[in-house]
Design a protein around this ligand. Structure first.
Ligand SMILES: Nc1ncnc2c1ncn2[C@@H]1O[C@H](COP(=O)(O)OP(=O)(O)OP(=O)(O)O)[C@@H](O)[C@H]1O
Length: 343
């Protein structure tokens, strides 16, 4: 994985004393990725619940501490955003780093995306949740940060019933865009990656906006718009830029929602709506400002950030599965495969 664009400095003090003298693991595993396991824990001093992400420093024989530092730095940038899981503390042992994060107890929105229709999101739910996702993403983009791995497994809820608020997680692939870099071998999940990524073209904040389009589509319909029977078919579906808006999948969904998605799933990144523009789309209610007054950057700076580009090449190595019509189980199984796609 390329180290270009990685942030090498963090402000968070990295503790080397024992994690287990300050936190008690509850035994509940919240999730796992390729190189991390996330466990529920309680801070001894306060009784407060957290999610502890245990990250292996050595991966495939390589020292990956720099990638973890980059993830911590990205969480610091996002610190003032209410829709990103807050970083509480960091611990380091010889083999691992432990990120103590705000616990989003409602789990991944993926679960609701694949739920039977009466248990899935209503359009009203999606409007509220997408507005929160955009508030988070616009904050990141204003701070020249691209997430590059926005997918239903990385968007969590503070509670599932009643439906809580959004927390964006997993900044492992995120990059600062304050200099023009060339990035090679960034890893991603095919279903959610933008055409420019597959075509080895420059990536920018617009790359995240494609993923927001895919997320919105999935939250409304329960279907993954570009997923094919094979990895190649998925790539072809994305590169062709044809977005399926079948009447069955979109039955009862408003024309504004479709217009919103169409503005995002545009092949040319320059034509895609930005997070700020999305927040003003008529599908969303005129909401609160994305950030408290005093924390925004000038429009010039934001525009400059959009101009700065990175070139990426994505390495993907696992097969995809097409969603069976009505087959929530098969789709859920695919989720397992999806998480494996980040190689
Ligand atoms: N703050 C949190 N609160 C609750 N659950 C969490 C939290 N952070 C992560 N999880 C759970 O753990 C899973 C894995 O976390 P995360 O995506 O950060 O790990 P990862 O190793 O970087 O994953 P990947 O290999 O997919 O990139 C998430 O999909 C989620 O289900």
């Amino acid at each position: 994985m390329s180290r270009q664009g990685l942030v090498t400095h963090t402000q968070t003090q990295i503790r080397t004393d024992s994690f287990s003298s300050s936190y008690t693991l509850t035994g509940r595993e919240l999730g796992r990725g390729k190189f991390a396991v996330v466990r529920n824990c309680v801070e001894v001093a306060t009784g407060q619940e957290f999610a502890a992400k245990f990250l292996r420093k050595r991966r495939k024989g390589e020292d990956c501490r720099a990638e973890i530092i980059n993830e911590i730095a990205a969480l610091e940038v996002a610190a003032r955003c209410p829709h990103v899981a807050a970083l509480h503390e960091v611990y380091e042992t010889p083999n691992e780093m432990v990120l103590v994060l705000e616990c989003a107890a409602g789990g991944e929105i993926f679960q609701q995306c694949v739920a039977e229709q009466d248990e899935g999101f209503t359009e009203q739910d999606v409007v509220r949740l997408v507005q929160q996702i955009l508030t988070g993403v616009s904050h990141l983009h204003r701070h020249n940060l691209v997430h590059l791995d926005l997918k239903p497994q990385n968007i969590l809820l503070t509670s599932s019933c009643p439906l809580g608020d959004i927390r964006i997680i997993d900044f492992g692939l995120s990059r600062r865009m304050d200099a023009a870099h060339e990035m090679r071998e960034i890893l991603g999940t095919p279903e959610y990656v933008a055409p420019e990524v597959l075509n080895y073209e420059p990536i920018s904040t617009a790359t995240d906006m494609w993923s927001v389009g895919v997320l919105t589509y999935m939250m409304l319909t329960g279907e993954s718009p570009f997923l094919g029977d094979t990895k190649q078919e998925t790539f072809l579906n994305i590169s062709q830029g044809h977005v399926p808006f079948s009447p069955e999948a979109f039955a009862g969904i408003s024309p504004q929602a479709i217009d919103f998605i169409q503005g995002l799933l545009r092949k040319d990144p320059r034509e895609r709506t930005t997070a700020e523009q999305c927040l003003k789309h008529p599908w969303l209610p005129p909401g609160p400002p994305a950030e408290p007054v005093g924390q925004t950057e000038s429009t010039d700076e934001a525009e400059q950030a959009k101009e700065m580009v990175l070139v990426a090449s994505y390495t993907v190595c696992c097969p995809c599965r097409q969603r069976e019509p009505g087959g929530a189980e098969a789709f859920a199984e695919m989720r397992g495969i999806s998480s494996e796609l980040v190689c």
